[in-house]
Design a protein around this ligand. Structure first.
Ligand SMILES: C[S@@+](CC[C@H](N)C(=O)[O-])C[C@H]1O[C@@H](n2cnc3c(N)ncnc32)[C@H](O)[C@@H]1O
Length: 261
């Protein structure tokens, strides 16, 4: 989610503040200070980000245990362990993970992390140009294998405005995937109220560049893929661990996984 609009000081960087929220160590002191301030103003923003990351980890692990060993992670963000390749290649060492993000700094850090790591790659790209992204050789190699690929869209589609037609973008991505492939989406909810303990003005500014959507809208991003049980639900409720199941109120975020038959 965006924190671009919050008063976070001139030296703080939105992606690094997010990184701080989810436990990363990429940030500077300014990022940590901004993170702490936002956490006080809107504590549920923080827990929602953590719940997002936990959902992605559970979804990737679940897929890897279904035998999926090829992943395209779009809007991958700053690497924060456990990253998709750590989970996926941990289960299937011969698998492949291609990360994609529009932010060159994310690219630099990701490339640094995966340097020399067989089966992990990064491509700089914009989800708003899905054809260009799909044409990249690293992505093509996975798709052309004809074997299932999981396309992971973690907390990225809510940065895509209606004017860019996110349904068209997701349809283009889905249609490129071989049979047996999966689509994973997490997305900030637009139809779940935030608790009173969050400062309204802070939330308003945090969401200024974001496009929260209803459960119905998020479900449309899966098209005719078959939703894995329990469907599109609060991310904390998707195959929850005991800990995640208890955090319902703190996660205004949907998550779901669906399969191409
Ligand atoms: C909130 S972070 C999510 C990171 C990770 N997927 C997660 O869920 O923890 C969103 C990421 O999406 C990236 N992003 C935003 N707009 C994008 C676009 N049009 N194309 C690709 N990446 C984008 C940002 O640079 C950022 O790294």
């Amino acid at each position: 989610m965006t924190i671009e609009n919050l008063e976070k000081g001139p030296d703080a960087h939105a992606a690094r503040v997010y990184d701080y929220f989810i436990g990363g160590e990429n940030g500077l002191a300014a990022d940590r200070a901004a993170g702490a301030w936002i956490g006080m103003q809107a504590p549920d923003l923080l827990t929602t980000m953590q719940s997002n990351r936990a959902f992605l980890s559970r979804a990737v692990r679940w897929l890897a245990r279904q035998g999926v060993d090829q992943f395209i992670d779009i809007g991958s963000g700053f690497p924060v362990s456990p990253n998709t390749h750590e989970i996926a290649l941990g289960e299937s060492p011969a698998g492949s993970v291609v990360y994609c993000d529009v932010d060159p700094e994310v690219g630099r850090r990701t490339r640094e992390l995966i340097a020399g790591r067989q089966g992990a790659d990064f491509v700089l790209g914009d989800i708003q140009n899905p054809d260009e992204l799909l044409a990249r050789p690293a992505v093509q190699a996975l798709i052309r294998s004809g074997r299932p690929v999981a396309c992971v869209l973690g907390a990225v589609l809510h940065f895509v405005p209606e004017s860019a037609d996110p349904e068209r973008i997701t349809a283009t991505l889905r249609e490129a995937l071989p049979p047996g492939s999966y689509f994973v989406v997490s997305h900030i909810a637009g139809d779940i109220p935030w608790g009173d303990r969050n400062n309204e003005e802070t939330l308003k500014r945090a969401f200024e560049d974001m496009h929260p959507r209803s459960r119905e809208q998020v479900a449309r991003f899966f098209g005719d893929f078959e939703l894995v049980e329990p469907g599109v639900v609060l991310a904390s409720q998707w195959h929850p661990t005991e800990e995640a199941a208890g955090s319902r109120s703190a996660s205004a975020l949907y998550g779901g996984v669906a399969r191409r038959n």
